[in-house]
Ligand binder design. Structure first.
Ligand code: AMP
Length: 235
């Protein structure tokens, strides 16, 4: 009898280990942001202490999500962001994942926030290094600015058809993006963030099971200009 109870305990303990290690989300949103739109709002922005960002889409985050549109957050308070674990990625992060928050800082605060809120919810699949590396790799897989420019949609303060932007990305990548707008000081809706969906390994784009709220509320949206930094030669 005692041995049966012991076996039951071991089985329950093993099941708990398996469950806690199981992947606990359905897909990722890979979110890129147009710095010109981030900076063109009442809240404005501050450039990182490491230099003005390039005129390119930059990473906002890689967010575990559920198929019903909800998402997990802050899944592991024990797991602290540790820059020493991603030392080899910092240079690339400064270029591709720049902070625009005020006061001006190096980016550690932004990356730490993204890890704590989102990264800890995909820890069963990607450790800290794997998580940031996955986002950097995804950015290389879809050059959004090039795709939009090739479709004649440029960051020149003009207004473009929302459908034209979405179609250009779908035709170039094979996947329909989610487009999120924000509003500038004059009340114009502008192209703010582009969401691509990614499988739970963090490496392949997929069709989005659910699209995020667009907040665009008009057919034509502005693509603001952004005077980026000259091409960087250092890290
Ligand atoms: P999240 O909490 O990941 O959904 O992202 C929202 C938070 O990220 C807000 O506090 C934003 O102000 C902040 N945020 C968005 N874009 C940037 C950026 N480029 N640099 C720094 N903070 C940002």
């Amino acid at each position: 009898m005692k041995s049966n109870v012991l076996i039951l305990h071991v089985l329950v303990a093993s099941l708990l280990v398996i469950l806690s290690a199981a992947q606990d989300f359905d897909f990722f949103y890979f979110v890129q942001q147009w710095p010109g739109s981030h900076c063109d709002t009442r809240r404005s922005c501050c450039y990182p202490t490491t230099g003005k960002p390039a005129a390119d889409f930059s990473i906002h985050g890689l967010w575990p999500n559920y198929n019903d549109g909800s998402y997990p957050s802050n899944c592991d308070f024990e797991s602290r962001f540790d820059p020493s674990e991603i030392e080899d990625l910092i240079c690339e992060m400064q270029t591709d994942w720049p902070t625009l928050a005020c006061p001006s800082n190096s980016g550690i605060k932004f990356w730490s926030h993204e890890w704590q809120k989102h990264g800890t919810c995909s820890e069963s699949v990607l450790d800290q290094h794997g998580y940031f590396q996955a986002a950097l790799n995804l950015k290389k897989q879809a050059n959004l600015l090039q795709i939009l420019m090739d479709a004649g949609t440029e960051p020149d303060d003009r207004f473009y058809n929302l459908n034209r932007i979405s179609t250009a990305i779908r035709e170039a990548t094979g996947y329909t993006p989610g487009i999120e707008c924000n509003v500038d000081e004059d009340g114009n809706r502008q192209l703010f963030q582009i969401y691509m969906c990614v499988d739970t390994s963090g490496s392949n784009f997929i069709q989005c099971p659910v699209l995020p709220r667009s907040r665009c509320s008009s057919r034509k949206i502005q693509f603001p200009s952004f005077e980026g930094e000259e091409e960087r030669t250092d890290g």
